[in-house]
Design a protein around this ligand. Structure first.
Ligand code: NI
Length: 140
C-alpha cells in the first residue's frame, strides 16, 4: 500500500551529485532521483537487518562447478536434501561440456542460510559462487 511521501533536502558535493545523476540515468526512465535514493535507503536497511543471525531471510546462492569433479554432485545433492526445509528451489544449467551453473534459493534464519551457503561454497570443486541475501516486509 502506498504511503504518504515526506520531502527533505540533501546537500552533497556537485561532482558526487553528477555521478549520482548518471547512475539514475543508467537505471532507466522508471527511476528518478527520489526513487533512486529510496532504493539506496532500502538497500542499506536490508543489509543491516539481514546481518542479524535470527532475521528471516531469502538467499540466492549462485555457484559454478565442474561436474566431473570427484563426487561433487553427490555432495551438493546431499547437502540440499539434508536441509530440504530451507531449500526452496534449485535451477541447474549445463553451461558447456564440463561446467554447470546452479542457483539455489534458500529461506530461513540468516545464520542457517549462511551456514548452508558456506557448506556448499566450501565443497571442493565449486569454482566460484556468491550468496545474495534479502528480505521483504510491508513497510518497504
Ligand atoms: Ni550440468
Amino acid at each position: 500500500m502506498a504511503q504518504e511521501l515526506t520531502r527533505f533536502s540533501v546537500a552533497m558535493p556537485k561532482d558526487l551529485l553528477d555521478r549520482f545523476d548518471e547512475l539514475v540515468e543508467r537505471r532507466g526512465t522508471a527511476k528518478n532521483r527520489s526513487e533512486a535514493v529510496r532504493d539506496l535507503v532500502r538497500e542499506a536497511l536490508i543489509e543491516e537487518e539481514c546481518a542479524a543471525p535470527d532475521t528471516k531471510v531469502f538467499g540466492s546462492l549462485t555457484i559454478a562447478y565442474d561436474h566431473h569433479a570427484n563426487d561433487l554432485q553427490d555432495k551438493l545433492h546431499g547437502i540440499q536434501h539434508h536441509y530440504c526445509d530451507a531449500v526452496v528451489s534449485t535451477m541447474h544449467v549445463h553451461l558447456d561440456a564440463h561446467f554447470c551453473l546452479e542457483v539455489i534459493v534458500l529461506k530461513g534464519e540468516n545464520a542457517l542460510v549462511q551456514e548452508i551457503a558456506n557448506m556448499i561454497l566450501g565443497c571442493k570443486g565449486v569454482k566460484n559462487g556468491r550468496l545474495v541475501v534479502t528480505r521483504v516486509d510491508e513497510h518497504m
